[in-house]
Design a protein around this ligand. Structure first.
Ligand code: HEM
Length: 193
């Protein structure tokens, strides 16, 4: 790396060292650290016909996590045992779907250097793994005894819904703020303006 004069934000001072000391830098670019990070590709590696598998699978744990919460609230309100069974099945599939989505997400994180280098990717991964742990616990407490649905299952469902929001929000930021996983198709690159 040519420029080693890096401030706390990672931005370098291009003017430093040129034409004597004491000059105030007029550099407005992102700096060498950021330039290094953005120089690496972030296209999805785990994709089917150009469609990232993680993005395709995350909808299931998201929807099922809220479905468990809905079933618990309906059971609390109605005492109808149908909602107990619905909550048990939804919790089980939420966990399995979360693990499946997590496998694809982990592959992207570990295999794609540009994704691995970004702190935001790890923020999302930590929130997502915490979510998967909550989903598994929520299933486990009901699987061992359905009477655990109230209150422990309901409390875990609320926690799961909160973490679904946190993990989903950070996942969305990866795509829409950082452009991670986005693959520019040939129809775009070949289009005439
Ligand atoms: C071990 C767990 C996980 C890791 C390491 C991980 C990693 C990633 C990565 C690298 C991306 C960028 C897009 C891509 O490369 O496909 C992403 C996007 C995303 N992730 Fe995860 N993920 C994990 C689990 C989850 C789970 C359980 C959810 C469910 C809440 C989730 C929700 C999302 C969302 C909503 C996006 C944006 C997808 C889009 O709109 O295209 N992730 N994740």
């Amino acid at each position: 790396m040519a420029n080693t004069d890096i401030d706390s934000t990672g931005a370098g001072k291009a003017g430093a060292g040129k034409g004597g000391g004491g000059e105030v830098s007029d550099r407005t670019g992102p700096g060498p650290v950021v330039e290094h990070i953005i120089s690496h590709k972030t296209e999805s590696y785990v994709a089917l016909f150009g469609h990232p598998l993680h993005a395709q699978t995350v909808h299931f744990p998201i929807a099922l996590s809220f479905a468990v919460l809905g079933a618990d609230v309906f059971y609390w309100y109605s005492a109808d045992p149908f909602w107990l069974r619905a909550g048990l099945w939804a919790a089980g599939f939420a966990f399995v779907a979360g693990v499946a989505a997590g496998v694809f997400g982990t592959m992207e994180l570990l295999l794609v250097r540009g994704i691995r280098l970004r702190v935001a990717s790890w923020t999302h991964a930590i929130a997502a793994v915490t979510l998967i742990a909550i989903l598994g616990t929520n299933w486990g407490v009901r699987f061992t005894d359905l009477d655990n649905t109230l209150p422990h299952g309901l409390m875990l469902s609320i926690l799961g819904a909160v973490f679904t929001g946190v993990a989903g929000w950070h996942g969305g930021k990866l795509v829409y703020d950082h452009g991670i996983g986005v693959m520019i198709g040939s129809k775009v690159t070949s289009s005439k303006r």
